[in-house]
Each structure stands twice: as C-alpha cells, then as structure tokens.
Design a protein around this ligand. Structure first.
Ligand SMILES: [Zn+2]
Length: 311
C-alpha cells in the first residue's frame, strides 16, 4: 500500500503524510509565523488566521507552505493528530465471490498497478469494475478500491476531467466506509487535487467538463453512469466558478438520471443528491435573485425524487 504514501509534488513524502490536500478558499485570511522547515522539500509550517482589515481574528489552522514566487504559494493543511490506522478494515462481501479475485482482468490490473503502471492497469481495472458492480454493492470496500484505481488510472493517463468525476463520486463513499483519514480516502482527495492542478482554475475545469459531457451525450444513452457522473462533476465545477443556476441544472439532471437508472437508494444517487443539496445551500446563502428560483426548483426535485432513507 506504499503507493498511497508518495509525496504530492512539490511536497516530500513525509510532509505529504502529515498533511492533507487543501483548496485555497477566498481572501480575508493571512499566514503568520514560520516554523518546522523541512530539509527535503523546503516547506515550512505557518498558521493561517482569518482576518478583517489585516487584523487577525481567528486561527484557521496550521499549513505547510512552499512559496512558488511572488505572493503565490502551495499549501497543505497540517493534520494535528497523527493518522491512526482504523482498527480492522471494513467488511466486504467479496468473500462470497472468490471468482472476482481470481478473474484474469483483475489479476492483470493488480500486476500492472504493482509494477507502477497505472495507465496500463486502467482498462483491466475498468473491466474488473464492471464485474464487481454486477455482484457487489457500489460502496462495498472491494468495489470502492477498484473505483479508486480506475480514477487513478484516468489521472495517470491525462484524463483529468473524467478522473475528477470519479474522485468526486468515490471520496464521500470512501469517507463513509473507510473513514476520512484512511489512506484510500486521502489518495482520492490527493487525486482530485492533482487533477485540478493540471487543469487550472474552476473555469477551465467547467469548460473541460462541458466538452466531456457533450461527447458523452453524443456517444452514450442518457442513463449511462458515465454521463451521469461527468455531468455531476460539471455541476460541481460550475459551483466552484460561482455559476449557481447552471450548477443546479447539471446536478439536477444527474439526480434525475441516477434515480431512474440506479434507484433512489443507490450510493451514487446519494452522493449526487448531497451535492445538489449543497449547491442549494450555497445559492440560498448567496441570495442572488436570479438563482433563487432555480434553488427552489432543485429543492422541490430533492423532495419528489426523495429516497425513503433520505430526509
Ligand atoms: Zn518535506
């Protein structure tokens, strides 16, 4: 499992291990202090404060920082308590399906992965995933591992948009099943961050995903999980770019399609619903008149497409 412990450029392995990926959020904050300089990667630990007119108000956490010229920097949030291994891995139903572990596609995938060839492993993981999802739940630990590998394979082969779509889908599922600090969960967070660094800002991400969704729409049937997943990722990118109404439109479509294709109780549908709910909250908090009608429509959709297990 050492694959998950590599450093995330430009941070070294041990600095990566003691921190988590962090997305810069807005202004009104400032770094103070300068401690614990790493000899390997040159990063140092600084404390971020929320500020008002340059006056520090509240501590927002400690970050490992590497300056990248001028006033720019890359940062990772320092984990204050060490990562604790979860006592015992979550139970998988794979024990009832030994054929899945014996499957030649899966074995070939693992062999390429172990040889650090994630791109070569990708088609074999994709094939193994189809088999797993036909007999195991989407959020079974054994399914989630292969889903993560597919995302990592897409990242390694430069398919950044589709990789983000997978990482965004599996991260909440990995968090629920393995816990937020598990190395698989953290690998998914790192993967999404890595793909975003390659793409640029939310506008580039939304533009890339718009093209991907257009390609999906012409190639796939409307209920195809890939189209649903990529469109949900487009919705999140639009949210990050402040396009609330368009974000609601994309995520609403994913919720409707996922409910029809997978069912209201499916773990993927739950992730899309949670994302749509989040956009509703942001839209309401922002309170721009032109977004509020779309927010109300999306809230209605969440009620009418509601799962019995979902409030
Ligand atoms: Zn370091």
């Amino acid at each position: 499992m050492n694959e998950e412990r590599r450093g995330v450029y430009p941070f070294c392995g041990s600095c990566t291990e003691s921190s988590v990926a962090w997305r810069v959020t807005g202004s009104g904050s400032r770094f103070y202090g300068h401690s614990d300089i790493c000899e390997n990667c040159g990063s140092s630990v600084r404390t971020l404060y929320r500020t008002f007119l340059w006056i520090p108000l509240a501590k927002a956490g400690r970050f490992r920082i590497i300056p990248t010229g001028g006033r720019t920097y890359v940062a990772r949030k320092v984990i204050d308590r060490p990562v604790i291994a979860v006592a015992g891995e979550p139970a998988s139903a794979i024990a009832d399906h030994p054929e899945l572990e014996r499957d030649p596609s899966y074995r070939q995938a693992v062999s390429y992965w172990d040889a650090k060839e994630p791109g070569q492993a990708l088609p074999f993981y994709q094939s193994a995933l189809t088999q797993r999802e036909s007999v195991l739940p989407a959020d079974d630990p054994a399914t989630l591992l292969v889903r993560l590998r597919v995302a990592q394979g897409l990242l390694a082969t430069g398919n950044y948009g589709r990789a983000i779509a997978w990482f965004e889908l599996v991260t909440p599922q990995l968090t629920q099943v393995f816990g937020a600090q598990h190395e698989l969960t953290r690998a998914a967070t790192e993967g999404a961050t890595g793909a975003r660094l390659m793409i640029g800002g939310p506008r580039s991400e939304a533009s890339l995903l718009t093209d991907i969704v257009a390609a999906d729409t012409s190639d796939l049937r409307s209920h195809d999980p890939q189209l649903i997943r990529d469109r949900a990722a487009l919705g999140r990118a639009l949210l990050a770019g402040g396009e609330i109404a368009q974000s609601l439109e994309a995520l609403s479509a994913s919720v409707v399609e996922a409910t029809a294709a997978l069912g209201a109780d499916h773990p993927d549908t739950a992730v899309y619903r949670a994302a749509l709910r989040e956009v509703c909250e942001v839209g309401t908090a922002r309170g721009r008149k032109r977004d509020l009608a779309a927010v109300e429509a999306a809230r209605q959709l969440l009620v009418t497409e509601g799962a019995p297990t979902d409030r």
